[in-house]
Design a protein around this ligand. Structure first.
Ligand SMILES: C[S@@+](CC[C@H](N)C(=O)[O-])C[C@H]1O[C@@H](n2cnc3c(N)ncnc32)[C@H](O)[C@@H]1O
Length: 588
């Protein structure tokens, strides 16, 4: 019987070989000619080498000094270090996965495209396609001016290549639905004008019970403590340039913001946040007639003031917004929400980010307190990627989602907010990440309330391992989608995960960054019931800007638990054996 318990990436090939760093010194004549004679290389050895290189300090895969979402490094800048995640921010951050994205430049590009389209006589649809196809990466040098004014402190909700459509919910009520086509049309036109919201016109999230209209109707006051914007931008409260932003749903709630274009905005830009909040309010919350009025009287002047770095103009536009929304009858807003079953996915990403900057950023350093190259190295999967991966797994309301090694809870919270699972569960061992999970969960719950959103139930098992964890053991057999970011997990922990997942039910999907089934896995006929034999594993290309520790792409896996043995474990392996001229051995 042959068994191989080595954890490889499962995808070793010649291309990977060429991507390996040149660590082996050249010998004799090779040095002088610079040519290396071609050799047949063992594929599993390559896979091992490739894995090993991920941990090499010199490799492009080396663990970053910080393993968090970028605060503003420009990964598109030539020579930008892959792993400088905690660095001081650069002026022009064009990395779509990063927190800070150049609004100003994005706008300039949009304007340029508009004028190009009119010059070339392109019609509206053509323009739309161009805008959609072109990702928002703008490879320009940092502009010292834009360092202060051009930062959108938001997840850039860029559409990834593999991004998938919204999640239809079969149980959705069809009564009284708002006209989604109109909403999309409005969005497209607002995108074409300057906007604080990046181009996400083609990705919507559909979910039953997005809004908690009954709770909204029963309570008119907002009685929760939130982490205010000013505690980030002006903790000493010395800056006199302040504006209050009126909540659309709670007349008694305003959030105070500093409006100052002359301070360092590279880490957090309150004006961008205000811009996004106002635009989403206009798109999603206010009745249509008032929305048009707001677009003219607020959104346009607000964008202009932002572009011109005009503080007074910006504050004036916010005050006009406050005046108008205060007059909107609350019942009209609630009525509109009652009919809404679909919102731009970027709205959720933006909300998650608003929470993340308030709760995680200020304590980010604490997440770096781990032993290098251990299982506890911290890193994050980014919202755009998660939206895609969850949708690929068919995650839907009513499902149970689990994240083993949940960090600060991002993946769990996103699954609950965006996909409305019946339970979204995370387990995290490290104390600092656990503390931040609690803070982040609370802030999200409160902000969801502020926006009238229903956040589906979340649960965490914190400061505890997922191994020998009774809550994990109880939930795993019911789990529909399991996430294991095992990119940095060692072979021993991966083996423990293999033992844990034996109880998963047929149909359950597992998202992992390394193949759960070891490369060269061979069936053991003494253990045919092993779940490894019933996994159908699909490898996907990880698009660029999907994870926090590198802007580069890579791979990820979705494994589906089947009822029966996955035939491919015979075929792929036997093919390999045949190629290598060896006999296939499935012996006892
Ligand atoms: C790379 S982070 C992933 C965070 C999050 N799931 C994501 O993908 O954004 C892996 C996390 O697993 C946690 N971890 C490692 N071993 C664990 C264990 N035995 N039990 C619980 N958590 C563990 C680490 O502390 C770390 O926070």
């Amino acid at each position: 019987m042959t068994t191989d318990t080595t954890y490889g990436t499962g995808s070793a090939n010649a291309d990977e070989a060429s991507s390996l760093p040149a660590t082996s010194p050249l010998k004799g004549s090779e040095k002088t000619t610079g040519r290396v004679p071609k050799k047949r290389v063992n594929k599993s050895l390559l896979s091992l080498l490739n894995d090993a290189c991920k941990y090499s300090a010199y490799s492009e895969y080396s663990m970053p000094s910080g393993f968090l979402r970028r605060k503003g490094s420009d990964s598109s800048r030539p020579g930008a270090k892959d792993d400088e995640l905690q660095n001081t921010t650069q002026g022009s951050d064009n990395n779509p996965s990063s927190i800070s994205v150049s609004v100003q430049k994005q706008r300039q590009v949009n304007k340029k495209r508009q004028s190009e389209s009119s010059v070339n006589g392109l019609d509206e649809n053509t323009q739309k396609v161009v805008t959609r196809k072109k990702p928002s990466r703008i490879k320009k040098k940092a502009d010292p001016q834009s360092r202060h004014t051009s930062k959108l402190v938001a997840e850039s909700p860029r559409k990834s290549e593999s991004s998938v459509g919204s999640q239809p919910d079969a149980t959705s009520s069809t009564n009284n639905l708002m006209n989604h086509k109109n909403l999309r049309k409005d969005l497209v036109s607002s995108q074409r004008a300057n906007s604080f919201i990046e181009d996400q016109t083609n990705h919507f999230t559909r979910r039953r019970d997005l809004f908690d209209s009954d709770a909204l109707q029963s309570k008119e006051t907002f009685d929760c403590e939130l982490i205010h914007s000013r505690s980030l931008s002006d903790p000493q409260r010395t800056n006199p340039n302040v504006v209050k932003l009126q909540s659309i749903l709670y007349p008694d709630f305003e959030e105070e913001y500093t409006v100052d274009f002359n301070v360092d905005l590279s880490k957090y830009n309150p004006m961008s946040e205000i811009g996004r909040i106002i635009e989403y309010t206009v798109q999603i919350y206010v009745p249509k007639k008032i929305a048009n009025q707001l677009r003219k009287k607020v959104v346009q002047p607000l964008n202009k003031a932002f572009d011109d770095r005009n503080q007074e103009g910006f504050i004036r536009a916010v005050e006009t917004f406050n005046e108008i929304v205060r007059k909107v009858p609350r019942t009209d807003v609630i009525e509109r929400l009652r009919c809404t079953e679909e919102v731009p996915t970027s709205f959720f990403h933006s909300l998650l980010h608003t929470v993340y900057v308030r709760t995680i950023h200020p304590k980010a350093r604490s997440l770096k307190e781990y032993q290098a190259f251990s299982n506890y190295v911290y890193g994050e999967l980014l919202p755009n990627f998660l939206t895609t991966a969850y949708a690929q797994c068919g995650l839907k309301s009513g499902d149970i989602f689990m994240d083993l090694g949940s960090g600060v809870g991002n993946c769990v919270l996103q699954a609950a907010l965006e996909f409305g699972c019946s339970l979204s569960f995370g387990c995290e061992l490290m104390p600092n990440a656990s503390d931040l999970t609690t803070t982040q969960e609370l802030e999200l719950q409160r902000r969801c309330k502020l926006w009238g959103l229903k956040l589906c139930p979340t649960k965490f098992s914190l400061r505890t391992s997922f191994v020998d964890n009774p809550i994990v053991d109880e939930l795993l057999p019911k789990c529909d989608v399991l996430l294991v970011n095992n990119f940095i997990f060692d072979a021993k922990l991966n083996l423990q995960i293999q033992k844990l997942i034996q109880v998963l039910k047929p149909g359950c999907k597992v998202i992992s960054l390394k193949n759960l089934r070891p490369f060269g896995y061979t069936i053991n006929f003494d253990d045919v019931g092993n779940i490894m034999n019933r996994l159908t594993v699909k490898r996907y290309d990880l698009p660029e800007n999907s994870v926090s520790w590198t802007h580069r792409g890579g791979e990820y896996y979705i494994s589906t638990v089947g009822e029966d043995i996955d035939e491919s474990i015979f075929t792929t392996h036997s093919k390999g054996r045949v190629r290598m001229g060896r006999r296939v051995k499935y012996t006892r």
